[in-house]
Ligand binder design. Structure first.
Ligand code: XMP
Length: 310
């Protein structure tokens, strides 16, 4: 891919489309939304407002870390607290598609809708990539960030037009682009993280307590596998329990699944053959989390499995 030509072309297109209007984008800190944020700011400067929506589904200290990271490269990001709205929308839901739908609705109609109105923006910049579109069209997964492909007209539904500068690129192209844009390594090399965030890694109901469990497990897995060189690694909380023994007492505890995969574009993936000692260490640390007494390693490639669980 010719990054220089791509960047120049997209900056020109964004400028022309937005004209003198205002635009807004939501940054999650992932590679895709980060690349869009940098492209957007190069094209629009202060005409673009960037927000980070804290939905309470993010990893440990993630909102603050992302805002700081962008401040260091001269882009100011507004942190919006929407924890209550997302948690109450998810309350009582266990069906994966209903959970994704609740997150989409809360994001676009409630929180983002309000922010767009307040900002007066007429355009939304979005980090959709080619794989998102293909998998949504194929019905493999309802990616929460695809609107047009799901037959939703954002102009009609939410009052703004969507610009998707990365929609012809795959993940590896986006990574190449972030390097070309001289973004810090912590952004370029960030492992993928799904739009529905930790909600994609909780089977069953998303509650504050269950989020806390999966967040702690995620922190352990990310720390232990940071130098694995793998494409993606994650922790999932199952909606089932198993008997275990803690402090000489039997307990019916929670189960965490660890997943670590090799892939280039997330369309297909194979399981990383992690050393036994590493798996053992992870299992030992995970089962020290309150209420968790089992740790499993997922051996399933994609296909037939997807990477996330929800
Ligand atoms: P799956 O689970 O479909 O995931 O095999 C493929 C890749 O996409 C990420 N993923 C998402 N990314 N919004 C996103 O922006 C989503 O709704 C979403 N769901 C999954 C996942 O982490 C993996 O890298």
């Amino acid at each position: 891919m010719n990054c220089e030509k791509f960047t120049e072309g997209k900056i020109g297109e964004i400028k022309q489309t937005v004209g003198r209007e205002k635009a807004i984008n939501a940054l999650s800190g992932g590679v895709d939304s980060s690349a869009v944020t940098v492209l957007g700011h190069r094209a629009l400067g202060d005409q673009l407002k960037t927000v980070f929506i804290d939905n309470d589904l993010m990893r440990k200290d993630e909102p603050e870390k992302v805002v700081e990271m962008f401040a260091r490269i001269g882009i100011s990001v507004e942190l919006v607290d929407a924890k209550e709205e997302f948690l109450s929308a998810l309350s009582g839901l266990t069906d994966p598609e209903q959970k994704r739908q609740a997150i989409t609705d809360t994001f676009y109609s409630k929180v983002f809708g309000r922010l767009v109105k307040e900002s007066g923006a007429k355009f939304l910049l979005h980090g959709t990539i080619l794989t998102d579109i293909e998998e949504t069209m194929a019905g493999i997964k309802r990616q929460h960030n695809i609107l047009a492909q799901l037959g939703i007209d954002p102009q009609q539904a939410y009052g703004y037009a969507v610009i998707e500068p990365l929609k012809t690129l795959r993940k590896d192209d986006v990574r190449e682009l972030t390097k070309f844009l001289e973004m810090p390594a912590e952004i370029c090399e960030r492992i993928p993280f799904p739009g529905p965030a930790l909600a994609a890694r909780i089977v069953g109901e998303v509650t504050e307590q269950r989020l806390k469990t999966v967040r702690t497990a995620t922190d352990i897995v990310e720390e232990e596998l940071a130098d694995s060189g793998s494409f993606q690694y994650l922790a999932v909380l199952l909606n089932d329990c198993a008997t275990g023994i803690r402090d000489n007492k039997r307990e019916f505890g929670q189960i965490i699944v660890v997943r670590c995969i090799e892939s280039t574009d997330a369309r297909t993936a194979t399981v990383t053959q992690l050393p036994w000692e590493k798996l053992n260490k992870i299992s030992h640390r995970i089962t020290q989390i309150d209420g968790v007494n089992r740790c499993l390693y997922d051996l399933t490639d994609k296909p037939p499995a997807t990477i996330e669980y929800v």
